[in-house]
Design a protein around this ligand. Structure first.
Ligand code: A2R
Length: 311
């Protein structure tokens, strides 16, 4: 199998390159001119806002599978730069869809990566969230991801393109940006252990329950969906077992080799935190046999070890 990963320089991209290469695939990945891939494979420079360049690359490589990971993926940035977020996540996704539609090879499988954020303001009793649950995005990032996915469904139906769509819930692991909670807690512990920070951990809302999956499990799901996902279908990817942020904190602290006090930081509290977000993951299990294998404790331990080497 030959894969092209568009947007391969991000957090997930490096893991996906390693997953596919490890399975014996020929892997190509794109990055922006100022970026570098985090794993070995054939690298190409590509901006998804230049549609003709995507078509040219597809005709040059003739991949069996295209993973569309390129995105403005920060919720915080999406509030500050809504136009840019819509341009990359919506217009960029349309460019990828048009390029696949125009490509000389007509059976390319496109995997579009969306987000569990698309569900947004859910009904209190809606969990576990099935893929049929209505979407009520609560931020600009989520709205653009929902829009890209809807347009993907339209291309699939209208032009008979071979597209699998994904809603990935919280994923974490070594190398993730510390704007995400597991990485943030682990980095703070590593800094405290090193003596570069007072032994006080800043935290936000600890009662919210979220569903965390190790990034290495997530990219295995992405490979299996390319192999046996059903075209036109949307798949939740998650553990299907949400835990409180308090549990994440307690687990991370139990791995620390010094004593640390916890302090709630008002700046980290979000006004509209939804109490529980948990996906129903029975569809991906039924179609591919995938379920999360790496424990949340292992993810936290590995992320802490990563920060111990990198602070
Ligand atoms: O924003 P940057 O400079 O970090 O670059 C990101 C890149 N990207 C683009 N690539 C091509 N053309 C563009 N116009 C463009 N704008 C941004 O896509 C970054 O290198 C990559 C996305 O990686 P991350 O932001 O690290 O996302 P992550 O965690 O790898 O998630 C992959 C996918 C995204 O579609 C998320 O929305 C979804 O999974 O949850």
């Amino acid at each position: 199998m030959k894969a092209l990963i568009i947007g391969g320089a991000g957090f997930v991209g490096g893991y996906l390159i390693r997953e596919l290469s490890g399975a014996g695939w020929e892997v190509h990945a794109t990055c922006l001119p100022d970026e570098q891939l985090k794993a070995d494979c054939c690298a190409h420079t590509l901006d998804i806002l230049k549609k003709d360049c995507i078509t040219a690359l597809l005709n040059d490589l003739m991949p069996d599978v295209v993973y569309h990971l390129a995105a403005q993926s920060s919720v915080a940035v999406s509030w500050k730069k809504p136009q840019l977020t819509a341009e990359i996540n919506v217009i960029g996704s349309i460019n990828v869809l048009e390029a696949v539609r125009d490509a000389d090879k007509n059976d390319i499988r496109l995997i579009m990566i969306g987000s569990g954020e698309e569900y947004g303001f859910i009904r209190p009793d809606a969990c576990p969230l099935s893929e049929a649950e209505p979407l009520h995005p609560g931020n600009i990032y989520a709205a653009t991801k929902a829009c890209g996915e809807m347009i993907g469904e339209i291309y699939c139906r209208a032009y008979k393109l071979n597209i699998v769509m994904v809603r990935a819930f919280n994923h974490s692991g070594p190398e993730q940006s510390p704007v995400f909670v597991i990485s943030d807690f682990c980095r703070q512990i590593a800094e405290i252990e090193k003596g570069s920070k007072d032994p006080v951990m800043s935290v936000g809302n600890l009662s919210a329950k979220r569903d965390f999956t190790d990034v290495r499990d997530v990219v295995r799901a992405y490979r299996l969906l390319a192999e046996s996902g059903v075209s036109g279908r949307i798949y939740n990817i998650g553990r299907g077992n949400a835990v409180t942020i308090q549990y994440i904190l307690d687990t991370a602290l139990s791995f620390a080799d010094c004593s640390i006090t916890v302090k709630q930081d008002p700046n980290r509290m979000r006004a509209s935190d939804i109490p529980v977000i948990e996906p129903d993951v029975s569809r991906i299990f039924a179609d591919t046999g995938w379920k999360a294998q790496i424990s949340i404790e292992q993810t936290i331990r590995d992320t802490l070890d990563y920060w111990r080497r990198n602070v």
